[in-house]
Design a protein around this ligand. Structure first.
Ligand code: GCB
Ligand code: CA
Length: 899
């Protein structure tokens, strides 16, 4: 037995005599709360008449009102109550209630008395409650939380492109400890702060700083014992400190454990975790009083303005995404597993970076990053603007301190950030004194937050993510203050073109040669239903998003000085005030709001994933449609891209080999001759003779080239007018085809032009308004204006024809979009009010008369009308639009053969 092992054994024996007594208890109390949506005056006197609803936490009161067609959502006060079961034995304990997060101002009452309060919707808080509890047998203990998510000028965030859900939306715990315990009241942190001041492959030092509290009535002789265990639970180092603490005293301690030889390093490929086990022991009785565990990872890292990011001496390009904490129909009220699932989704794409934006998230997120190997940044929710008030500054600083202390011990975390695009919403006129003062105040607050951060944590990096307005941020001094500058860039989306991105990066490198740079955001909306074979900026097609991401990825890869990039965003997320094709959502996710990967996700995986991989592009687009090439060629050729990290991909269609194509930057483009009905696509790559493959079954609805074709009888047609896109409706199993001009034998419009928004700085596809009364906004947002005829040369028979309209001109001023990052700036202009009135006749019968905004054609509302039509004498269907005043319109058309 070596001397060391012997020593360890003796120590272990020694520790076994320590009786485990009075262990810390931390158990969630999420279930069976009472909730009331509204304020209750003079609570608790007046709470018996209140109509409580039984709910469980995580909970939000905005899960439904954020997606309806009514503007806004409830931002006010609500109440929660819960009966606590407090064991009599807790009479001698310290007791608190720990909230992981509640949005956004909470007042906590226990048995009717105010026990504490907290400001800010995105950090944890701990409320000591002992003094308010009843311990008499059979006594009732009730906790009540008055919570509000009202706009408050003094609380960040003031405005942002995401929904400010209210609710107790993260876990709540009841905590009980021995009166002598590690500090539980330091900003809801672990009370113990672990740093690794020196790490190399050869050896590492660990510093543990913390405090404990003696809330007993006697002076205590105590030992703080820290053990470092490896991932097999083996103790590899330990330290013991003896101190005394008087009654009521809080005592700080630090311990240095030096020369841990050949530590196993933490990295994305191998996220090896050690554990710091901290135990507080009563030296006299040898009783263990408290125990806290924290993760420990050994790694060192640096950012370099020329060469980017290095971890453990090795170069890494940080590539990943930002993430919001919401989900479809659940608001922010997500169970832990859903947070973990998101981090896994990112990791499984091959990413090594997560920007936790725009606020600290559930503790599960960074825990998962530690475990799975993703490097991370986290930031407080100052977004778009500040309020020049002492209270705003104070709340911001408190949030920064809470964030740092609560997340301090995560080895995955390398950057503390603050202030996202803080100069996006500038108050006061350009050039005014007030504007100058405002800019100074922003810089001053930034400097204060920076100073706090460096004092709290001298080891990590700091960052401010700016929007793409170089001079603005540079002149305001915001590029000097943090260690890293983040840029959120959208060239080729909100404005400009894709080349503008690389130019911007080069400008940073030229003008700020000493400042490390991360592209903290970049992204393009992709409505999961929208596809295009002629993708253009802002058309919301999945195909344009892929073009955008390819360009950005390439530009970042070509520039060593770019330390990394974070896609905006991992998944589509709630943003109540957004209109456009999926109202109330931001569609820049590389996955849908249900976390289904979009094409861009597979593109990234092809570029980042290390093991052999292939994915068929558009594989969510399993319901396709198109027009047959000719009467005798019953197929329709459409492009499909394959994503793979292998040199080439072979594609088969229904077993037939379509050939092999070399991949370029992870993508291989094919033209696929789809047939009517089932199309089985198989993408194959060979890795050392072994196949790696992907497969998808596509159902193709082939529309005959000649509608009278007998080889392929006409069944149905759905057309989006003023539109070049395909829009898939999975629920109704319908595909809307792009419009086309009429050709004899076939179908199409005659006359008119595509609707475009006038006087808008950014190119919008059709209208950007939320069309009410439908979820099929993309169809209603596009329109053919001045249409004269729509003809279909269908065979004789009985048809159902549905005409879809929406008046896209309204005198309502479009909302100034808080998220509009167009550098040209675009203040939405009032539309001219439409005075159109027109008739629609089908096969010479007027079916819609004098259609105008004084009857069915109300602005921004979907209006559809279905009629039965008889086609006879080989004349097909002729729809005639005749203006009385103004111009005719048509947004969508559906024709179905009945018999
Ligand atoms: C940004 C913001 C982010 C928005 C995003 C967008 O720059 O930081 O909060 O969601 O742009 O999609 O416009
Ligand atoms: Ca949680």
């Amino acid at each position: 037995m070596s001397a060391l092992t012997k020593r360890l054994l003796i120590l272990l024996l020694l520790f076994q005599v320590v009786t485990v007594h009075a262990q810390r208890i931390k158990a969630s109390i999420n279930t069976n709360w009472q909730f009331y949506k509204g304020d209750i005056e003079d609570f608790p006197a007046n709470n018996t008449n209140v109509k409580w609803e039984t709910i469980s936490i995580p909970h939000s009161w905005n899960t439904a009102d954020v997606t309806d067609d009514e503007k806004g959502y409830y931002r006010g006060t609500c109440w929660y109550t819960k009966r606590l079961s407090i064991p009599a034995s807790w009479q001698d304990k310290y007791v608190s209630v720990y909230f992981e997060g509640a949005s956004q101002v909470a007042e906590v009452y226990v048995n009717g008395k105010k026990a504490g309060a907290h400001i800010g919707g995105y950090s944890a808080f701990n409320i000591p409650v002992k003094q308010y509890l009843n311990f008499a047998p059979n006594s009732v203990n009730v906790i009540a939380v008055k919570l509000n998510n009202k706009h408050n000028d003094d609380i960040p965030p003031l405005s942002a492109d995401f929904t400010f859900f209210g609710g107790i939306y993260r876990d709540v715990y009841l905590v009980a400890t021995n009166p002598v315990h590690f500090d539980t009241d330091n900003n809801a942190s672990a009370g113990i702060f672990v740093t690794t001041p020196n790490v190399s492959a050869a050896k590492a030092d660990v510093n543990i700083a913390g405090a404990f509290v003696n809330q007993s009535t006697k002076t205590k002789s105590l030992q703080v014992i820290t053990r470092i265990t490896n991932n097999e639970g083996k103790v590899i180092a330990q330290k013991q400190t003896s101190t005394k603490a008087g009654a009521g005293q809080k005592v700080s301690f630090t311990q240095n454990i030096v020369n841990i030889m050949q530590p196993t390093l933490w990295s994305p490929e191998s996220p090896y975790l050690y554990k710091i086990n901290s135990v507080l022991v009563d030296a006299d009785t040898k009783t263990q009083l408290d125990e806290v565990n924290n993760p420990l990872g050994f790694r060192w890292y640096s950012f370099d303005a020329q060469n980017g990011f290095f971890l453990n001496g090795k170069h890494y390009k940080l590539m990943g995404a930002s993430r919001h904490q919401d989900y479809k129909d659940q608001g922010n009220a997500l169970p832990d597993a859903m947070h973990v699932r998101d981090v896994e989704l990112l990791k499984n794409m091959g990413a090594n970076f997560l920007r936790v934006a725009h606020y600290p998230q559930d503790p599960e997120v960074l825990q998962a990053c530690d475990r799975l190997g993703l490097l991370a940044s986290v930031e407080i929710p100052i977004v778009n603007q500040i309020t020049e008030s002492p209270a705003f500054a104070q709340n911001s600083k408190n949030m920064q301190v809470e964030m740092i202390r609560q997340n301090f011990n995560h080895p995955s975390l390398i950057i503390w950030a603050y202030m996202n695009e803080v100069l996006l919403r500038l108050p006061y006129a350009n050039g005014s004194v007030e504007r100058q003062t405002y800019l100074k105040n922003v810089a001053q607050l930034a400097q204060q937050l920076e100073d706090i951060t460096r004092k709290e944590d001298p080891y990590r990096y700091t960052m401010i993510p700016n929007h793409g307005s170089f001079e603005l941020y540079n002149n305001a001094g915001l590029t000097k203050i943090p260690k890293i500058v983040g840029w959120n860039l959208y060239q080729g989306w909100y404005g400009g073109d894709l080349n503008g991105f690389a130019q911007y990066l080069d400008r940073h490198h030229k003008d700020l040669p000493d400042k490390p740079l991360i592209v903290t955001e970049y992204g393009a909306d992709a409505d999961p239903r929208v596809h295009s074979m002629q993708p253009v900026r802002f058309d919301k097609s999945n195909e344009y998003a892929v073009i955008y991401h390819k360009a950005y990825l390439k530009a970042m890869n070509e520039r060593a000085f770019v330390a990394g990039g974070a896609i905006w965003n991992l998944a589509d997320f709630n943003s109540e005030q957004r209109a456009e094709s999926m109202p109330h959502l931001n569609n820049k996710g590389i996955a849908t709001i249900e976390r289904q990967p979009k094409d861009s996700y597979w593109l990234y995986k092809a570029n980042l994933w290390k093991k052999p991989f292939v994915s068929i592009g558009s594989k969510r687009w399993t319901l396709r449609s198109g027009i047959a090439e000719s009467t005798d060629k019953l197929q329709c050729t459409q492009p499909v891209e394959m994503y793979s990290n292998q040199p080439s991909v072979t594609l088969k269609l229904n077993g037939k080999n379509l050939g092999s194509v070399n991949t370029v930057d992870g993508a291989a483009a094919f033209n696929v001759p789809f047939i009517n009905g089932e199309n089985r696509l198989q993408a194959i790559t060979f890795v050392n003779d072994e196949q790696v493959a992907d497969e998808v079954l596509i159902n193709f609805n082939l529309v005959p080239a000649n509608l009278k074709s007998t080889a392929l009888p006409f069944t149905e047609l759905n057309v989006s007018l003023g539109d070049k896109r395909f829009i898939v409706d999975e629920v109704q199993q319908q595909v809307w085809l792009p419009e086309k001009a009429y050709e004899p034998g076939s179908w199409g419009y005659i006359g008119g032009e595509v609707f475009t928004m006038k006087g808008n700085g950014r190119i919008s596809y059709g209208s950007d308004k939320n069309i009410l009364g439908t979820d099929n906004d993309p169809v209603f947002e596009t329109q053919r204006v001045g249409i004269e005829l729509f003809k279909l040369d269908v065979p004789d028979g009985t048809y159902e024809v549905t005409l879809h309209f929406a008046e896209l001109l309204s005198n309502q001023k479009g909302e100034e979009l808080v998220y509009n990052l167009s550098t040209t700036g675009s203040v939405a202009k009032k539309d001219e009010i439409s005075t159109r009135a027109f008739d629609v006749a089908i096969n010479n019968v007027t079916v819609l008369e004098n259609l105008s905004n004084s009857n069915y054609l109300e602005p921004d509302k979907a209006y559809s009308s279905k009629v039965m039509v008889n086609a006879s004498h080989g004349k097909g269907i002729v729809i005639n639009f005749k203006a009385r005043t103004g111009q005719t319109i048509l947004n969508g058309l559906q024709v179905r053969k009945l018999f």
